[in-house]
Design a protein around this ligand. Structure first.
Ligand code: ADP
Ligand code: MG
Length: 298
């Protein structure tokens, strides 16, 4: 599949702060790629570098397989990395007319893009009369005027109410379904899970995972165990290689599994070594727990 953007060992230092540390990932055509991480993890820095508004310290990035200069390549990229900013007293339509002039795009595109973002019936309303969600949708229409190969969005639902969030997420999915590749930065796991096909997870500038959303940190889950003698549980966990890390919470031992095994098997294993379990429950981690664990916030 065609490569849209490949990033390798990208590093950015602001004085003593390493905002990005040797980050690599590749975006293919048609993917909805999320950059997920807590605030300050380097998401906006990554977007700034590939859009050439921030200088990298080291590493590489390459647009469209390296077949164009970055200047040429960026003409095929639509990006919204700041709060939408248009002329407040001008209508939505006239604001987009200006953008068409700047980008050299025919004005006939305006209605098509306004319809896509469901603002066609408000085309003659002043920008200042729009809600934040409508302003964001107008910014998306503006970024799409020249039919870019990829649309880049930084925290596209920040500050919106639940309805506005829903509308933006639906719109992103609709744009993706029409074949436009998408790269979006978000600190919301929920957003990435709902919207993205692929994700790179950043924490403190380091990549923790890159790949399909549904394979993100997949684990075999964990078991909760309790017996009269907690020490013997912990000793058995240490000795058996099917168990990974173990913690004790509220009198329950929580042991991560390194292999898929049944609770019956585990029960037998403890019983054979003289430990009668009075609590044995297998649990899957939620995606949220996995995310918090890999970003070390648990
Ligand atoms: P995110 O978008 O994930 O919240 P950023 O990329 O904005 O993270 O920031 C990553 C790190 O770089 C943070 O520690 C931030 O404080 C720092 N940083 C970002 N921009 C600058 C700047 N212009 N000068 C100094 N430090 C910066
Ligand atoms: Mg940011």
């Amino acid at each position: 599949m065609e490569t849209i953007l490949s990033i390798s060992n990208l590093t950015k230092k602001y004085g003593f702060i390493t905002a990005l540390n040797q980050v690599s990932f590749t975006i293919k055509k048609g993917e909805v790629y999320g950059i997920l991480g807590p605030n300050g993890s380097g998401k906006s820095t990554t977007l700034g570098i590939v859009l050439q508004v921030v200088n990298k310290t080291s590493g590489h990035f390459e647009w469209f397989g390296g077949n164009y200069s970055t200047h040429e390549a960026l003409k095929k990229v639509g990006a919204i990395i700041e709060r939408p900013n248009f002329y407040p007293y001008m209508s939505a339509y006239n604001n987009l007319k200006l953008v068409c002039k700047i980008k050299g795009v025919p004005e006939s595109k305006i209605d098509e893009k306004l319809a896509l973002v469901k603002l066609l019936d408000r085309k003659n309303s002043k920008f200042q009369s729009f809600s934040l969600g409508m302003k964001q949708r107008l910014a998306i229409a503006s970024a799409l005027l020249n039919d870019p190969e990829i649309l880049i969005l930084d925290e596209p639902t920040n500050g919106l109410d639940p309805q506005g969030i829903y509308q933006i997420r639906s719109l992103i999915k609709q744009i993706a379904s029409q074949g436009t590749t998408i790269l979006l930065a978000s600190h919301l796991l929920d957003e990435v899970e709902k919207v993205c096909s692929h994700v790179v997870i950043l924490n403190k500038g380091k990549k923790l995972y890159a790949g399909p959303v549904d394979q993100m940190a997949s684990t075999y889950g964990y078991v909760e165990l309790q017996a009269d003698n907690q020490e013997s549980i912990l000793a058995i966990l240490k000795a058996e290689n099917i168990f990974g890390a173990a913690t004790v919470e509220n009198g329950l031992v929580k042991a991560y599994l390194k292999k898929p095994v049944s609770t019956g098997y585990i029960n037998q294993l403890f019983f054979n070594q003289g430990v009668v379990l009075n609590h044995l429950v297998a649990r899957k981690e939620t995606l949220e727990e996995q995310f918090l664990k890999i970003t070390d916030q648990l």
